[in-house]
Design a protein around this ligand. Structure first.
Ligand code: FES
Ligand code: MG
Length: 591
């Protein structure tokens, strides 16, 4: 052990070894000793490493972490740290009503309190299911203690009758088949369940795989962490190595603010396009950036990320699933290929203790069917468009999932490429959509854009994944699977719908969508990145003047607190007051 290592006094010693306050020190040691630790151990001067446990019976996507825990602790012990596991409020994407998005900020708050208020010197952030990853990164950002992310990994590939069945994707497809009367309810259930063959998170490039790739691209995990499938032996090894590494990071005082710089976020945006990442990445990364104090605008996603090609052939933008992506080299291979084209900042520091450039040196695709080169991608200019207009200040459109059919039908009118004029049909939330979508009096045809409002952060509350609305059953039977859709909510990261989503500001706080009516003409112009309601200016103003904010009904205390403090999706959907708290580890709480 070097001198600096031996002489370093950690913040946990303010609890366990503070002769200036024997009364409190005795109390702390007395109680932590009663589980398994000895007094000598607690006063040894070794760093205490918290392990934020996101896995539980309520969080199946992260349950693998319950089994990885021994290996994480082995690594921490071997490197000379004291592991202390603690539970995290569950945020399970598909199980939590009204939406897991409501709880991202609650989990964030909980993590901040734990890291700030307990004797912890560094933390392993267990990640996996969609919101667990940003919640963990946001909390680590605010406190700024040394932190490292460990993904639980995707499930094995799902299969149905010889075809890959991917998380989420199989649901959308099976819903269409059910709506068209081609399968019954039992087959519907069996098809959907085929996509979940093992422990792990979604095996598509949905929000879970995306956000873990983002954590890795930011430099917040060991290299290669994100793509290893949950049941693979390499996942156990990664858990052990992550435990070892966090102890070194504490000795080096390598903090989130050293790693998550503006350049690191730019790397993440570029990687997001290349992997065909989720439309949930922008709000989540905006939130992490705000909590670490890095300037990131929603427009940066188009400016920095639009002209990047799609290089990963994985559902929903492509055809493969997590196992193939891992075998082709995962995120290091994608970054290696991007680096050859000069698209990666190589000098950013990472959790490995090395730079990004050192981590990905020599990395390249091991299977060009799954991860392409930069020059021969699956699609050029595959990033997000960030639209604006009189209906919202900003909204996202994921261009990598625009199908050939959709392109032909809606965006390729000769002389008018990228422009689509249509009639609006408005729904007040998902219940209204389900009640009325098959109502013939709405006159929905292929010159219709479906709108949904009241589903943003304040409105839902939490912002619902409902913008990917499917057309009426009659149209599906005729083979029209997608209509353009627009809304102030989000959509699932596994959706292959080219929707316009995350419209901010949302309707319930007076955003432009509040004033649109069924029957209005709207004009989408992808060349100018605009969506406009073609309503006479006086008429539009009259609607604005007549508008009254809707009465919000809260069901839990948290819903009310959340709604009173949450911002808009374009700004990360953060608790606005929380963004003022930064690097709070420097303020030790009172005894
Ligand atoms: Fe948890 Fe997809 S639902 S990872
Ligand atoms: Mg989701």
């Amino acid at each position: 052990m070097s001198d600096t290592k031996a002489n370093k006094r950690f913040r946990s010693q303010e609890w366990f070894d503070n002769p200036n306050n024997p009364g409190m020190t005795a109390l702390y040691v007395e109680r932590y000793q009663n589980q398994t630790f000895t007094r000598d151990e607690l006063q040894s001067g070794k760093p205490v490493i918290g392990i934020a446990q996101t896995g539980s019976d309520l969080s199946p996507c992260n349950k693998i972490h319950v089994y990885l825990m021994d290996r994480i602790k082995d690594g921490i012990r071997e490197a000379g740290g004291i592991p202390m596991e603690f539970p995290v409020h569950p945020i399970q994407e598909t199980g939590k009503r009204p939406t897991a998005a409501l709880d991202r900020n609650l989990t964030y708050l909980g993590l901040v309190e734990v890291l700030h208020g307990y004797p912890i010197d560094g933390v392993v952030l267990t990640t996996g299911c969609d919101k667990t990853t940003p919640a963990m990164l946001m909390g680590a950002a605010t406190v700024d203690l040394p932190a490292i992310a460990l993904n639980g990994g995707p499930m094995l590939d799902g299969w149905w009758k010889g075809e890959r069945s991917g998380s989420g994707m199989i649901v959308w497809e099976s819903r269409r088949l059910l709506a068209a009367g081609e399968i019954d309810f039992d087959e519907f259930m069996s098809r959907v369940c085929s996509s979940a063959p093992s422990l792990g998170h979604c095996n598509t490039m949905g929000t879970a795989s995306t956000m873990n790739a983002m954590a890795e691209a930011l430099g917040m995990s060991l290299s290669g962490n994100s793509a290893i499938p949950a049941p693979y032996r390499e996942r156990m090894g990664m858990a052990y190595l992550t435990g070892k590494r966090i102890v070194e990071m504490v000795h080096e005082d390598l903090k989130p603010s050293d790693i998550m710089t503006r350049e690191a976020f730019e790397n993440a945006i570029v990687v997001n396009t290349a992997i065909g990442g989720s439309t949930n990445a922008p709000p989540h990364l905006q939130a992490v950036a705000r909590h670490i104090g890095v300037d990131l605008e929603v427009k940066d996603w188009e400016t920095i990320g639009f002209d990047v090609p799609l290089m990963v052939n994985m559902q929903p933008a492509g055809k493969f699933l997590g196992e193939s992506f891992f075998r082709a080299g995962g995120v290091p291979a994608v970054m290696g290929e991007l680096a050859k084209a000069g698209r990666i900042h190589m000098d950013t520091r990472t959790a490995t203790g090395k730079t990004t450039g050192e981590n990905i040196a020599g990395m390249q695709s091991e299977d060009l069917m799954v991860i392409t080169s930069y020059d021969q991608p699956l699609r050029h200019d595959a990033g997000f468009k960030v639209l604006s207009g009189n209906l919202f200040d900003s909204a996202l459109m994921k261009t990598s999932v625009i199908s050939e059919d959709f392109q032909q039908r809606f965006l390729s009118q000769p002389g008018n490429e990228g422009i689509f004029e249509a009639r609006a049909v408005m729904f007040e939330g998902p219940e209204d959509y389900h009640d009325r979508i098959n109502d013939p009096s709405l006159n929905i045809d292929d010159k219709t854009i479906l709108f949904i409002r009241g589903v943003g952060c304040v409105g839902y509350p939490g912002s619902a994944e409902v913008v990917n609305m499917q057309p009426p059953d009659d149209m599906i039977r005729q083979g029209i699977y997608h209509l353009p859709t627009v809304g102030d909510g989000r959509q699932s990261g596994t959706s292959e719908s080219p929707s316009i989503l995350n419209a901010s500001p949302e309707s319930v706080v007076g955003g432009g969508l509040a004033h649109l009516q069924t029957g209005d003409r709207v004009r989408l112009d992808l060349n100018a990145s605009t969506l406009m309601a073609l309503v006479d200016a006086d008429e539009w103003q009259a609607r604005i003047d007549a508008w009254e904010p809707p009465q919000l009904v809260h069901q839990t205390p948290w819903q009310e607190i959340y709604r009173n403090h949450v911002g808009q999706l374009s700004n990360g959907g953060c608790l606005e007051l929380a963004t003022a708290y930064q690097k709070i580890r420097h303020q030790l709480p009172r005894d």
